[in-house]
Each structure stands twice: as C-alpha cells, then as structure tokens.
Design a binder for this molecule. Structure first.
Ligand code: GMT
Length: 379
C-alpha cells in the first residue's frame, strides 16, 4: 500500500505513535509518506520505503497567524496526486481531520478518491477538541472520516460522550517496539545518577498542566523520607519552571534532576526502578507502556485509559487523581521489598508484551484494506 501519514512532528505521544507506525509499516513493505511541518522527532534513520514531505507555509505581513491548514491541505492534494497514495492516515483530530477532508474534496473535484483514517489520541478529544472553539469542526470531520480509530476503549467512550459521532470507532491501542524498549545493562550510567545506589524514580512528560508533574514531585518528596531515591524528570514544557521552583520549596533539589528532552529514553528507563504518571487525563499513557517494556513498574492515576495499561496491584498501582499520599504509599510498598519489586518488574514486562507492535501492525493493515475496499467513489 502507499500510505500518507499526517502528524505533529514533536515529542508528543501522537507524533511518536504515528512515526513508529509508519516505520513499522515501511519495514513490512509499504510505501510511507510522512507529511508534517518538520521532520518527526522519531524519524531518525533512513529507510528506502519512507519519504518525508514538508509542509512549507510562507508568512505574509497581513497574517497574525500563518494559514497552516491551507498549506497542509494543498500539500496533501499534491502528495496524494503525485505519489498516487492509496490511503491517508491523520493523527490527532485537530486540525488534521478537517484538513484531510478538505483535501479529499479538492481531489474528488479532480476525479481522485482518497479514503481517510483519523486516529484520535487524547487531548484532541478530552481537552482541545471539545472546546466550543473547535468542537463543531471536529465533530463534522470525524463523521466524514472513512475510518475512525481511538487508542483506548476509554477514549472511544469519551468521544461518544462528548461528540455526536455516528461513525463506528475502532479501538487500536498504542504499541511498543521491543527491539528498542527493553531492559539493558546501563549500570555505569546508573552509578552516575545515583552514586550511592539510590533507587531511580522517573517521570516523562511534556510538562503540561494535565500531566500534574507537581503531583509526581510531591509523591517523590514523600517517598524519599522512607526510601533512598533520586527523581529524574524528563521532557520539557510550560510547567517546567514552576516545577523547578517546587523542588526548591520542598527542599529536594539535590535529589532531583531535570534532564529536558531526551532522545534515548530507553536508556534512562533501563536504569529506572519506578515510573510516575499522575496525569489528570490520559487516553492511554504511552510513556507508561515504554517504562513497562523496560521492566519498570508504574505508579499512576486512574485517569482515562491508564487502567487498560497499568494493572492495579500487578504491574504497579492506580490511585485517584491527586491522591499523592496513596501514590507515595504504593510506591514505598513496591520499592521497600526486593522480591515484591522483582515480581512487579516481571508483571510489567508481561503486560507490555500484549501491546507488541508485531501484533498491532497487522490490525492497522487489515483496517486500511477494509476502508479502501469499502470506499465508494464518489462519496
Ligand atoms: O500526552 C500528551 O500530552 C501528548 C498527546 C499527543 O497526542 O501528542 O498524547 C496523547 O496521545 C498518546 C498517544 O496516543 C497517548 O498515549 C497519551 O495518553 C495521550 N495524552 C493524553 O491523553 C493527555
């Protein structure tokens, strides 16, 4: 198949999933065209079946905001036409689903029919998409997509609750590549970060409010009173400075490290003993899955799709959003008993295996084929 993938090129989960999906499909012989305004962060190596098409948009003094949607729609028309794509898969509904619909209509006018699959990732539904500023367009575009997928059952239910959607939504969960995410021996690295053998607790996010990084820090400030530990904070975003101030207030700076955006996340997860994800909303929690694949148990909130990933009392623990005392109590329970910790590590890996990319790629392939077969020209 010739597949066009539209995504955000940033470190956000939707861009990561889109890129890893495209790379996986290319390795199975499909021709994949990534269309975005910058090379996606995880598109970091050459593959003969992968092409990157950059959306260029000229600014003009009249514009306070450059018309990105117009430039993207034009690029989609161009790529579909000249590379003869079979299907377009857009990740994150805002604004990609409505832009794809516009491109589809333009192409139809020229006698070309391109089916569109939209994957809902989370905040495009639970936060941004349901904002009245966007909701009518998002609803329309979802209903006009030929195929609609959500990354968890919880996100599917949220979509049906918040939007008037008459399309069937197929749940295809996030996935993990075990070639990359696995526990490796990085002891020299661990010694540098925890010189006295302290356990390493890790949080990874884009430091947006919804991630409740402050809860992660408060949980850590409780754990460190009972278990010698270090906290690694990975990622960057609007809350970073506030979080640095919070560490000062709580007097835990010497035990915390803000590492910023990191490419080799798997190396940091390989030396981690526990992962914290206290999010206020989380459709799936890809970072938690990446941690579990590296045999790291997860202490998380019970928001959204997290219970579909992190199994309470098995791969880690779930607490109510904001219940930092309970999260700390559960973390201490895991960290203070070595046998228990090892069992949680094993369970985390077992559970992660259910999301192996090798099982998910054929699901997407079948779904694309079904959408292509069911597409009737003209619609
Ligand atoms: O987590 C983020 O804020 C980034 C966001 C995105 O779309 O880039 O992630 C969402 O999509 C990921 C991949 O499907 C999911 O694993 C995340 O749970 C989801 N984030 C939220 O729902 C907050």
């Amino acid at each position: 198949m010739k597949i066009g993938i539209v995504c955000y090129p940033t470190y956000g989960g939707s861009g990561v999933v889109a890129t890893e999906l495209g790379k996986g499909l290319a390795s199975r012989g499909h021709e994949v065209h990534f269309i975005s305004y910058r090379q996606p962060a995880r598109l970091d190596s050459f593959h003969e079946n992968i092409f990157y098409k950059e959306v260029r948009f000229a600014n003009y003094p009249l514009f306070d905001y450059p018309p990105y949607e117009t430039a993207l729609a034009s690029k989609l028309v161009d790529v579909v036409k000249y590379d003869k794509l079979d299907i377009l898969h857009v990740h994150y509904a805002v604004p990609h689903a409505s832009v794809a619909y516009m491109a589809k209509k333009i192409l139809l006018n020229e006698g070309i029919y391109i089916p569109i699959v939209t994957t809902l990732h989370g905040t495009d539904i639970t936060l941004v998409g349901k904002d009245p500023a966007y909701a009518p367009v998002v609803t329309f575009a979802m209903n006009k997509s030929d195929g609609l997928t959500a990354v968890s059952e919880s996100l599917k239910q949220d979509t049906l609750k918040f939007f008037n959607v008459d399309k069937d939504i197929k749940v295809i969960p996030n996935f993990i590549d075990f070639q990359r995410f696995k526990k490796t021996d990085k002891d020299h690295f661990k010694k540098a970060l925890s010189p006295n053998g302290e356990k390493i607790i890790t949080h990874i996010s884009n430091f947006r409010k919804v991630k409740r990084v402050d809860d992660a820090i408060r949980v850590f400030s409780r754990i460190i009173k009972k278990v010698p530990t270090k906290l690694l904070l990975i990622g960057d975003g609007p809350e970073r400075q506030n979080m640095e101030m919070l560490c000062r207030e709580l007097n835990i700076c010497e035990h915390t490290r803000f590492l910023g955006k990191q490419d080799a996340i798997e190396e940091l997860l390989a030396i981690s003993d526990l992962f914290l994800m206290p999010s206020g909303s989380e459709s799936f929690g890809l970072s938690a899955l990446e941690a579990m694949a590296c045999e790291v148990p997860v202490i998380s909130s019970n928001a959204g799709g997290l219970p579909e990933v992190n199994k309470h009392g098995i791969t880690g623990y779930l607490s109510n959003i904001g219940d930092v005392d309970n999260m700390a109590e559960n973390a201490i329970k895991i960290l203070s008993d070595e046998n228990n910790h090892q069992q949680f590590r094993k369970n985390a890996l077992q559970q992660a295996k259910t999301f192996d990319i090798a099982n998910i790629l054929p699901v997407y392939e079948e779904y694309y084929q079904q959408i292509i077969d069911n597409s009737v020209y003209p619609k």
